[in-house]
Design a protein around this ligand. Structure first.
Ligand code: AMP
Length: 214
């Protein structure tokens, strides 16, 4: 079974899907994280994705489908929560071809105002070593620029810088709206107010998700 969590960059998809994985044992797959691992490891996929990601552009669908196919094959029996995929109508259609019609059980869309998204993205700091994220104002690390969990160095992702962050939001609006409409037509979309604090958003998401998959 597949559950999709959608939302603009900075909407909190990563944080919320981490909590779903930790609290109710769902298998989380983030295409952004998978691509960043490839970039870090210097693989062929990483080489192809690196520049596009840094500029805030989308990586070609063929690469995404390769990653998602591999993940779904390896976790056929799990409830897989997809974070950051599909982002385009074509990806949504390709996912449907990969799995039968009923595989996608629910699509959650976390809605956050644009001004708040910019604040979250540009203030985000990411650990170079373990990938944990902090926010300079909203969830600062105990010691500036040092990860609380592994003492790795905290850096700003190139695509969280203001120009790239703005561009990502524009790309998101353009590419993702038709994808949401596609799932709307299938009656699968449920909206979650993402402007509130992490715990409040999580409660709403978890209860709606439990209703959808029970
Ligand atoms: P994220 O961590 O989800 O914000 O993704 C970071 C970047 O990875 C995006 O800005 C894209 O460059 C790339 N990416 C992640 N998921 C996708 C996707 N489904 N389709 C195309 N590009 C993606």
């Amino acid at each position: 079974m597949i559950v999709i969590v959608m939302g603009a960059p900075g909407a909190g998809k990563g944080t919320q899907t981490d909590l779903l994985a930790r609290n109710i044992g769902l298998r989380k797959f983030s295409t952004g994280d998978a691509l960043r691992r490839h970039v870090k490891a210097g693989t062929k996929i990483g080489e192809q994705a690196k520049e596009l990601m840094a500029a805030g552009n989308l990586v070609p669908d063929a690469i995404l489908m390769e990653l998602v196919k591999e993940e779904l094959e390896a976790h056929k029996k799990d409830v897989v929560v997809l974070d950051g995929f599909p982002r385009t109508l074509n990806q949504a259609k390709l996912l449907q071809e990969l799995r039968d019609q009923k595989a996608v059980r629910a699509v959650f869309f976390i809605q956050v105002d644009r001004a708040e998204l910019i604040k979250r993205l540009t203030g985000r700091r990411t650990c170079e070593k373990c990938g944990s994220t902090f926010h300079v104002d909203q969830s600062p690390p105990r010691s500036a620029d040092v990860c609380d969990h592994c003492q790795g160095r905290l850096v700003q992702r190139p695509d969280d810088q203001i120009a790239s962050a703005n561009h990502r939001l524009t790309v998101f609006d353009k590419e993702t709206s038709p994808t949401v409409e596609y799932y709307e037509a299938l009656g699968l979309v449920r909206y979650v107010d993402g402007n509130k604090g992490v715990d409040v958003v999580y409660q709403e998401l978890e209860s709606k998700l439990k209703e959808s998959i029970s």
